[in-house]
Design a protein around this ligand. Structure first.
Ligand code: COA
Length: 256
C-alpha cells in the first residue's frame, strides 16, 4: 500500500494515479508495491478490462526515487524488490494499458510507456531516460523496446545524452498514439480506455498476448536488472546520486 498511488475502478477501467506531485511523482519501493498490486489485479479481476496510468501535478513521473537508489546498494541485484515485482507484472500484463502523460516522464516514467498499448502525451511533455547520466542502465525491457520503436541511434542518444524529447516528437517517433494540448490529455486517454473496455475482452487479451512475448520481455528485464544492479553500488553511480542530492552536476572525470 502507498498513499502515493491511487486506484479506482469504473466502467471496466482501473485508473492508477501517481499522487506524489511535490516530488514530481518519483517512485519509491512502496509505490512499486502498490503499482504491482494494481497491475497484478488485472489478471485476477474480471471486472478490470483496461489499466490506465495517469498522474496528479505537473509531471507524469520523475522516475525511480533517487534517494531510494542511494539506500539500496548491492541489494538491488536481487530479483525480489518491489520494482521487479512491478516489472514482472508489466511483462505479464495481457489486458490493455493506456497512459496519459503530461509534463516530465523520466526513466521508468518513459520506459513504462513502452510497455503500454496506447499512449497519449501532451504536446509539450518532456520524455527522457537519462540512465547513463545517472551511471546506471536501462530497465523495463527498454533496451529492446526503445530501439525497436524509434531506431538504435535515437534510442542510444536518449539513453546516453539524457536530453528530453517533447510530446510532438514522441508522436512522430511512434512512442505515442496521440499528442494533444496538456489540458485535453486525461480526457483523450480516458476515452481511449473506455473504448478498449467495451471491446471483446478475450479477443483483446489474445491479440495482446500474440503481439508481445511476455517470457522474452521478463528474461530481458532480469538481464537489465543485473547490469542496473551492479551499476547501482558503483563509484560512478554513487557520484551521480550524490550530485543529484546536492543539486550539482556529477563529475566522472576521476572515475574509470
Ligand atoms: N527522486 C527523488 N526525488 C526527486 C526526483 C527523483 N527521481 N525527481 C524530483 N525529485 C524531487 C526533487 O529532489 C525536489 O525535492 P525538494 O523539493 O525536496 O528539493 C522535488 O522533487 C521537485 O523537483 P525539482 O528538481 O525541484 O523540480 P524541477 O521541475 O526543477 O525538475 C525534474 C523536475 C523531473 C526535471 C527533476 O526533478 C529531475 O531531473 N529529477 C530527476 C529525474 C531522474 O533522473 N530520475 C531517475 C531516472 S532513472
Amino acid at each position: 500500500m502507498s498513499d502515493y498511488i491511487r486506484t479506482e475502478l469504473a466502467g471496466g477501467v482501473l485508473s492508477v494515479t501517481f499522487a506524489r506531485a511535490d516530488k514530481k511523482n518519483a517512485i519509491t519501493q512502496a509505490m512499486y508495491t502498490a503499482l504491482a498490486e494494481a497491475t497484478e489485479r488485472t489478471r485476477t479481476d474480471d471486472a478490470v478490462r483496461v489499466i490506465l496510468f495517469k498522474a496528479e501535478g505537473d509531471s507524469f513521473s520523475a522516475g525511480n526515487d533517487i534517494v531510494d537508489f542511494l539506500g539500496m546498494g548491492s541489494g538491488a541485484m536481487s530479483n525480489d524488490l518491489p520494482v521487479h515485482r512491478f516489472l514482472k507484472s508489466l511483462a505479464d500484463l495481457d489486458k490493455p494499458a493506456v497512459a496519459a502523460v503530461k509534463g516530465r516522464a523520466v526513466g521508468i516514467g518513459l520506459t513504462l510507456l513502452l510497455n503500454c498499448d496506447m499512449v497519449v502525451v501532451a504536446e509539450d511533455a518532456k520524455l527522457s531516460a537519462p540512465f547513463i547520466n545517472l551511471a546506471i542502465a536501462p530497465e523495463a525491457a527498454s533496451s529492446l523496446l526503445l530501439p525497436m520503436v524509434i531506431g538504435h541511434q535515437r534510442a542510444f542518444e536518449i539513453f546516453a545524452l539524457g536530453e528530453p524529447i517533447d510530446g510532438r516528437t514522441a508522436l512522430a517517433w511512434g512512442i505515442a498514439n496521440r499528442a494533444a494540448p496538456a489540458d485535453q490529455v486525461d480526457a483523450i486517454a480516458a476515452d481511449l480506455a473506455e473504448k478498449l473496455a467495451a471491446r471483446a475482452p478475450n479477443s483483446v487479451r489474445k491479440t495482446k498476448r500474440l503481439m508481445r512475448d511476455a517470457e522474452q520481455l521478463w528474461a530481458l528485464m532480469q538481464r537489465e536488472n543485473e547490469a542496473f544492479g551492479s551499476q547501482l553500488s558503483s563509484p560512478e553511480a554513487i557520484e551521480a546520486f550524490t550530485a543529484f542530492s546536492q543539486k550539482r552536476a556529477p563529475d566522472f572525470s576521476k572515475l574509470g
